[in-house]
Write a protein that binds this ligand. Structure first.
Ligand SMILES: NC(=O)c1ccc[n+]([C@@H]2O[C@H](COP(=O)([O-])OP(=O)(O)OC[C@H]3O[C@@H](n4cnc5c(N)ncnc54)[C@H](OP(=O)(O)O)[C@@H]3O)[C@@H](O)[C@H]2O)c1
Length: 289
């Protein structure tokens, strides 16, 4: 009998991609669910690939058929989770998925404003065995949203004041997700807050970048308005701009400063630090020639 594949939503993205990589390294059968299967196949990820567009329910049945477990993440562009993520979860449960792992966000249980709260609530209501991962701020934001500011302008420009951030490495989240998907026992019904092992300010991140890149990178604290304008100039839709600005301003109050030991406990070793993430990706911030 063939083993049913783990279904991975957002498999071309940061968290989903890390989950696929960790499952692959354990030789677990995976079905990567993406909007553009040809693009992912071209990257030779070495797993089964199927089409899923969370905004198109006609893609749900083919994506979930025969799936064993489910990893689900909310794509940042999706705010209305009812007809999209939650409807897809229903389809997966109806198709017989026996365990779902949700990549949520830190504090989602107490914050009704974030879409993740509604997904968590819905997942619980389905009755399927599930595990909630609630990560804090991603260190990989340095490689995505902050990358061009660093590469082009030698600066970090966020409205975080002097707040500390316990940056978490997405690769560690992928590892924990894979662990829980492969061996759910002891994790069913659990909710894990996942942070990195230390909290640092953006000044400290800028110093780490400067050391690693061999050129000065400065932290320029942005105003909330200045940051929102900056994101809009870079083409981010208004709704996402507002969410990102609110989240970053919250860093001033220390919203993401608390270090939680859970990630290290689950991994069985020290989680990666922001310095590790920088050291592993210095090529991404080389200035254009
Ligand atoms: N950034 C942080 O610091 C942070 C911290 C904690 C939690 N989070 C949460 O983590 C999640 C973001 O994860 P991420 O960084 O992995 O995001 P990501 O890299 O942007 O990946 C999201 C993936 O979702 C896919 N996608 C977009 N629209 C889709 C649709 N309609 N149907 C199916 N797939 C779709 C995208 O595929 P395409 O390749 O086709 O675009 C992409 O691969 C969000 O829920 C965010 O709130 C973020």
């Amino acid at each position: 009998m063939s083993v049913r594949p783990v279904l991975v939503v957002g498999a071309a993205g940061r968290v989903g991609g890390a989950v696929v990589a960790s499952l692959r390294s354990r030789e677990v059968p995976v079905r990567a669910l993406v909007r553009d299967p040809a693009a992912l196949r071209a990257r030779r990820v070495g797993v089964e690939v199927a089409r899923l567009d969370l905004r198109d329910p006609s893609t749900f049945a083919g994506a979930v058929a025969g799936g064993g477990a489910l990893f689900v993440v909310r794509p940042p562009a999706i705010a209305r989770v009812g007809p999209t993520v939650n409807a897809f979860v229903d389809a997966a449960v109806a198709a017989g998925v026996d365990h779902a792992v949700l990549a949520s966000v830190a504090g989602a249980d107490g914050n009704r404003l974030v879409p993740h709260h509604r997904i968590e609530t819905h997942l619980r209501a389905t009755g399927v065995a599930h595990t909630l991962l609630r990560p804090g701020f991603f260190a990989q934001n340095l490689l995505g949203p902050y990358r061009e500011d660093i590469r082009r302008d030698d600066r970090l420009y966020v409205p975080a004041g002097r707040g500390q951030v316990a940056f978490v490495d997405v690769r560690d989240i992928g590892e924990v997700a894979a662990q829980v998907l492969v061996e759910p026992s002891g994790h069913v019904g659990a909710a894990y807050e996942l942070t990195g092992p230390q909290a640092v300010t953006f000044d400290e991140v800028a110093a780490l970048l400067s050391d690693a890149l061999g050129r000065p990178i400065r932290y320029e604290p942005a105003s909330a308005l200045g940051y929102a304008r900056h994101l809009r100039r870079d083409g981010l839709p208004l709704a996402q701009t507002l969410v990102q600005t609110v989240l970053h301003v919250g860093l001033r109050r220390g919203d993401a400063a608390a270090v939680d030991p859970t990630l290290g406990r689950l991994l069985g070793h020290q989680p990666r630090t922001v310095a590790d993430v920088i050291a592993d990706h210095t090529h991404l911030w080389r200035p254009e020639r």
